[in-house]
Ligand binder design. Structure first.
Ligand code: ASP
Length: 342
């Protein structure tokens, strides 16, 4: 008899496990055990489900790298005893957490599926049940005694995405996420269709390595027409700032003002890593395509390609935390480590 598949649910908080506080009308987190009792269907799945919960479940807006480390530590602790992991959290910062986890969990050979919902699990019209049940099914998928999915994913509204390709695009629709630069890894309809060609491969014999140091000396600067030199300098002069996501227009373009280029150049000379990332949710930076990006290329901004800002900022935290040398930083950033870049 084949052994039952063990899935670990990690509940961190978010709408999926919230109830309405009627006197104030606000949503607040509730005890995770109630979440399980709200979905008796879970007992019909062909796997064993264990769960752990954050002691104090939180709205994902309150998440920071210490919570990502807590999730990584739970996965590390249960890695040998479980076949797959489903992380429940709020959708607001889910693309950040799941991107971060994709970098923190090197050589992953088991599925880690992030999911949540737009409506609480107890709501009549909830999207939580489908998201949760299908995420568990995906985490439990096996073939030839091996997990089918071997990477960090995000499942929402019938689609499974590579986590570090996603971005939250809607605060209202059930379809809250998009992955505009990479196709969905799976789609749930009458059948669960896995797009195998797009899945990350795992190198055999490589053991899981969990990276727990995330360096938060990073920032994002989003360009807007009319931004002042004072504003930019205020950011570039932040003490200990080590890396900056420079969110540019379109295919990586910025104004060609003399002061802008010289301020950026000086910051780079002083050792700041500046990554050119487009503020568009789809498409790629192509430095040199327009004259408005050619100068950025010449002063050696790091090329963010088609990376999302969520993946860029968490990749910076991870690389800085891993002590990557200054010399190789650009090359490593421009290399796809977990499928985050085309
Ligand atoms: N504010 C909530 C959170 O991110 C929204 C959600 O659960 O989707 O925790």
């Amino acid at each position: 008899m084949s052994k039952k598949i063990n899935i670990l649910l990690i509940y961190t908080g978010g709408t999926i496990g919230m109830v309405k506080d009627y006197p104030s009308g606000t949503l607040r987190a509730f005890d995770f055990n109630k979440l399980v009792s709200n979905i008796p269907e879970l007992s019909q799945l062909d796997c064993e489900i264990q769960s752990v919960s954050f002691k104090d479940p939180i709205d994902s807006s309150n998440m920071n790298p210490s919570h990502w480390v807590a999730i990584a530590t739970i996965i590390e602790k249960h890695y040998d005893s479980h076949d797959g992991f489903v992380v429940l959290q709020g959708s607001d910062t889910m693309s950040y957490s799941s991107s971060a986890l994709s970098f923190m969990l090197e050589n992953l050979s088991k599925p880690v599926i992030f999911t949540g919902s737009q409506l609480p699990i107890g709501d009549l019209r909830t999207d939580a049940k489908e998201n949760l049940i299908t995420s568990i099914q995906i985490a439990a998928l096996r073939e030839n005694n091996q997990a089918v999915i071997k990477e960090v994913c995000l499942y929402f509204e019938y689609k499974l995405y590579r986590a570090n390709r996603t971005t939250k695009i809607n605060a209202e629709h059930f379809q809250a996420f998009a992955s505009l630069n990479f196709p969905a890894l799976a789609e749930s309809g009458v059948h669960l269709k896995i797009n195998r060609n797009y899945l990350l491969k795992h190198q055999k014999n490589k053991k899981l390595k969990v990276h727990k140091t995330m360096d938060t000396n990073v920032a994002i600067f989003k360009l807007f027409p009319g931004f002042s030199r004072e504003l930019l300098q205020g950011i570039l002069n932040i003490p200990n700032l080590k890396a900056l996501v420079f969110e540019t227009y379109g295919a990586g373009n910025a104004p060609v003002d003399e002061w802008l280029l010289s301020d950026l150049q000086e910051a780079i000379k002083k050792g700041l890593h500046i990554v050119n990332v487009t503020q568009c949710s789809g498409g790629s930076v192509i430095m040199g395509r327009y004259s408005t990006s050619e100068e950025l290329r010449k002063i050696h901004l790091i090329d963010g390609g088609d990376i999302t800002s969520e993946a860029a900022i968490t990749k910076l935290m991870y690389l800085l935390g891993s002590g990557v040398s200054h010399k190789s930083f650009r090359t490593i950033f421009e290399t796809s480590l977990r499928g985050e870049l085309s």
